[in-house]
Design a protein around this ligand. Structure first.
Ligand SMILES: Nc1nc2c(ncn2[C@@H]2O[C@H](COP(=O)(O)OP(=O)(O)OP(=O)(O)O)[C@@H](O)[C@H]2O)c(=O)[nH]1
Ligand SMILES: [Mg+2]
Length: 291
């Protein structure tokens, strides 16, 4: 039996639904999803293993014009994904036009392998809008296969999964067949906390926050987690904590519940808030935080 394996790398503008798609294709909530843009900051692999195939999906940060060093690192993650893709998945959302997505186009059109263009969030529009979008994206990528989907509602996801498996080259597996990601539990735990920061706090706070998991100890009945919420300025620390500590308590409770769901065990979460001056603009600090 011939084995197929390869990298299917998903790129697109912020917030179009790349992480939602990764989860939908895997059939589990591996990576964080949020209505705010710039949720994903890293390239994260999700591995779908079958007897005769291994589909390695890459989630990537949304393509933007970088304004600070963290965003530069995010765009390096996108370039890396463009470099090793066997198949490139270009995700757009209904209403997005090629004319307005110059950054995405210039990156994707450099890719010489097979491309699948996904028009996501088709649940938000009617047939007329979809036909118009279909023609525009097919014209922008004449060689590509263009497919309408809804990652959130699972529309055409099964068909897409089969199609992607069929596009994989003959290759032995790249990873052990029981591996689901290139990231470890500490990473996903820190992402769960960051997702709650995105949903609880406003404006610049989520974009100035980094989460570090210092310890993760699995006991028989309880997992103990100690993590730092790192912000850029003293004033932001005050906002994270909130009046009487209320906001931090809410963050802790919501993050703990999400972790318990993810791990399938009870969690004791100890959260501390720290200031690291301008961490997102400093190469050395970014490297230290894993960017
Ligand atoms: N209506 C609708 N919403 C969707 C669909 N897919 C994703 N969304 C929503 O779009 C928002 C962004 O989804 P994400 O998966 O975080 O998007 P992303 O492209 O990974 O975003 P970044 O990581 O910020 O680049 C979330 O609120 C999702 O629930 C869809 O098919 N239909
Ligand atoms: Mg994402």
């Amino acid at each position: 039996m011939e084995h197929r394996a390869g990298y299917i790398n998903i790129i697109g503008r912020p917030n179009v639904g790349k992480s939602t798609l990764l989860n939908a294709l895997l059939g589990e909530q591996l990576v964080i999803v949020n209505p705010k843009a710039q949720t994903t900051r890293h390239r994260i692999l999700g591995i779908l293993n079958g007897e005769d195939h291994q589909l390695i999906l890459s989630d990537t940060p949304g393509i933007l014009e970088p304004a600070y060093k963290l965003q530069e690192s995010m765009m390096q993650a996108v370039d890396e994904a463009l470099g090793d893709a066997d198949v490139l998945v270009v995700m757009v959302e209904l209403g997005e036009t090629p004319a307005k997505s110059a950054g995405l186009l210039s990156k994707a059109q450099r890719f010489t392998g097979p491309i699948v263009v996904l028009i996501n969030k088709v649940d938000k529009g009617d047939e007329g809008r979809l036909n118009e979008a279909f023609d525009q994206w097919q014209a922008a990528f004449p060689e590509a296969c263009v497919l309408p989907i809804s990652a959130l509602h699972g529309l055409h996801i099964k068909e897409l999964r089969s199609k992607l498996i069929g596009m994989l080259p003959a290759h032995p597996p790249y990873f052990p067949k029981d591996e689901l990601s290139n990231r470890d539990m500490r990473f996903f735990i820190s992402e769960i906390i960051r997702e709650k920061v995105l949903s609880i706090y406003k404006q610049e706070i989520p974009y100035s926050t980094q989460v570090v998991v210092n310890s993760y100890e699995e006991g028989p009945e309880l997992v103990k987690v100690q993590a730092d919420v790192v912000v850029m300025r003293e004033s932001q620390k005050g906002i994270i904590i909130g009046r009487g500590g209320g906001a931090l308590r809410q963050l802790g409770t919501e993050a703990r519940k999400a972790m318990e769901k993810f791990i399938g065990n009870k969690v004791f979460l100890d959260l501390k808030v720290k200031v690291d001056e301008d961490w997102r603009g400093d190469d050395r600090k970014l490297r230290q935080y894993g960017y």
